[in-house]
Design a protein around this ligand. Structure first.
Ligand code: FPP
Length: 247
């Protein structure tokens, strides 16, 4: 039994799902089989998030850098993504899950874009949890797009350079309507953030585990949340200041 405090849940959990390839290699399967098994973890983690009461879940499903992978692997990942979205629609609707994406999704194959569009549309009114998939996502590219958006607004005379502050930048990022992640999980033991949500994770708690993504299931996810709940988040303040505030 997990001992999760429902009062102290992370509002937003973000996950770098890594290790599908290594899992497959360990089992002497091909890499595609690793991604298929990874998709099962995605299902379980989405379900567990909803059951636990997480309000925002963001999964790094395909990075800008992933376009460098062999064509057959990209094709298989796109196929898997499409079948995941089609297969999970029913459950998203039943469980009040809203689907959205962050990233340059215009680069994805047309049929995948169409499936995304339908899933967005059908789940748009759901309010229980927002599942965001980062697709063709890179944080630096997001910042480039954000700077362009703000530069255009300055050029159009809507804002002046002096108006640019953290809030305005936040509202021009892909994640404009999302709170910053409270907890970032990375599987497969790599101590990197790999161009994921760089602006947004300024004060995020990190949980890095050697477990490979296809083996990251409910039990360890709940452990990660428990671990998060033991941390003291100071946002630059001292422990004493935090204690004073609570008094
Ligand atoms: C990392 O494994 C994982 C990815 C490239 C993307 C994540 C994809 C999935 C979990 C599959 C399906 C996704 C959805 C949303 C249905 P890796 O290939 O980098 O592993 P390695 O570092 O061990 O080679």
């Amino acid at each position: 039994m997990s001992s999760i405090d429902p009062e102290k849940l992370p509002k937003h959990v973000a996950i770098i799902m890594d290790g599908n390839g290594r899992w497959a290699k360990k089992k002497a399967f091909n890499r595609i089989r690793g991604h298929e098994e990874g998709a099962k973890s995605v299902r379980e983690i989405v379900r567990t998030s909803r059951e636990t009461g997480i309000r925002w879940l963001t999964l790094y499903a395909f990075s800008e850098e992933n376009w460098k992978r062999p064509a057959y692997e990209i094709k298989a990942l796109m196929k898997l993504l499409k079948s995941y979205l089609k297969g999970e629609l029913e459950e998203m609707l039943e469980n009040n899950i809203r689907f959205q994406t962050i990233g340059r999704t215009g680069k994805l194959p047309k049929d995948v874009q169409e499936t995304i569009r339908q899933t967005l549309e059908k789940t748009a009114g759901n309010k229980g949890m927002t599942l965001s998939l980062a697709l063709s996502y890179g944080s630096r590219q997001e910042m480039v797009d954000t700077v362009k958006t703000l530069a255009r607004r300055v050029q159009a005379g809507e804002i002046s350079p002096e108006d640019i502050n953290e809030k305005l930048i936040g509202s021009a990022l892909y994640t404009a309507d999302m709170p910053d992640p409270d907890l970032l999980i990375r599987t497969s033991g790599e101590y990197r953030v790999s161009n994921f949500l760089l602006w947004q994770i300024a004060y995020t708690e990190l949980y890095i585990t050697p477990t490979l993504w296809p083996e990251f299931r409910k039990e360890e996810y709940l452990t990660a949340i428990e671990e998060y709940q033991k941390r003291e988040r100071r946002f630059g303040a001292t422990s004493d200041q935090l204690a004073d505030k609570e008094r």
